[in-house]
Design a protein around this ligand. Structure first.
Ligand code: ADP
Ligand code: MG
Length: 257
């Protein structure tokens, strides 16, 4: 059974893309077949996985707007079991172009159906907004993975995020679940980080992953080499954390299957 997961938080800079790239690569390393769909016009997941956006024949834009067969735009990455449907800056216009289309909220869902059975997991890296691209991601997904940064105001915006999920559940996707909450940029020497972990555990009862992603400079460096953290520095604390998260993710989602 294939599972589609939107990595979503309308706040920018909370670790969505870092989690998308490294959790996907970690799952690939553990033998799962994974597709990453980049629907952020910034295309950071695409470049972070070594895709040169200047040399692409097709991207998610063609799939969403021109109804291109998804298979044609998917690229095999250099990493184990990991494919990507990349995004380029062209996608910025898609938000407006989609507005005039029929069934504009479920375009992505329809296109994912073409390839869903080829993968164990499909991750969608969302833009930092509540616009039509994010709505498409939520409508297309079985669940939502929420990264939260262990910083001031960490839970600010979370009720808006939960409202959006509720709205999508009501109107478009009644089965949408919360997959889990990833706490990122954790610093154990900092009381504030520890406080955020407590607050998040209270708010998201039972949904917060035990694995905490530490603040680790290697995680911030890896994307400029187009490499997931396990390829860039397997011995780093960041690599260790994302591999642990991948294992915890598998244990949790495959429990009882
Ligand atoms: P988002 O996709 O939510 O906007 P990113 O994953 O792009 O967030 O992260 C924002 C910035 O923080 C990026 O420069 C990224 O490299 C850096 N970053 C993310 N997670 C960590 C971490 N655990 N440790 C250090 N830097 C991180
Ligand atoms: Mg991002």
């Amino acid at each position: 059974m294939s599972r589609t997961i939107a990595i979503f938080n309308q706040k920018g800079g909370v670790g969505k893309t870092t989690t998308n790239v490294n959790l996907s690569a970690g799952l690939g390393k553990l033998g799962k077949k994974v597709l990453v769909i980049d629907i952020d016009p910034q295309g950071n997941s695409s470049s972070g996985l070594g895709i040169n956006k200047n040399h692409l024949e097709y991207s998610i834009y063609d799939v969403l707007i021109n109804d291109l067969d998804s298979h044609k735009a998917i690229i095999k990455t250099d990493f184990d079991n990991l494919h990507i449907l990349p995004a380029t800056v062209e996608l910025a216009g898609a938000e407006i172009e989609l507005t005039s289309k029929n069934q504009r909220e479920v375009k992505l869902k329809k296109k994912i159906e073409e390839v869903k059975e080829d993968y164990d997991y499909i991750f969608i890296d969302c833009p930092p907004s509540l616009g039509l691209l994010s709505i498409n991601a939520l409508a297309a997904s079985d669940s939502v993975l929420i990264p939260i940064q262990c910083e001031y105001y960490a839970l600010e915006g979370v009720s808006q995020l939960m409202n959006t999920i509720q709205l999508v559940k009501r109107g478009l996707n009644p089965n949408l679940e919360i997959e889990g909450v990833v706490l990122s940029m954790f610093d154990g020497r900092n009381n504030l980080s520890i406080q955020v972990v407590d607050e998040a555990k209270k708010y998201f009862r039972g949904k917060v992953y035990t694995t905490l992603i530490p603040r680790n400079v290697r995680l911030a460096e890896a994307p400029s080499y187009g490499l997931p953290i396990m390829e860039y520095d397997l011995k780093s604390r960041g690599a260790e954390a994302y591999l642990d998260l991948a294992q915890e993710f598998i244990d949790y989602t495959e429990e009882g299957e």
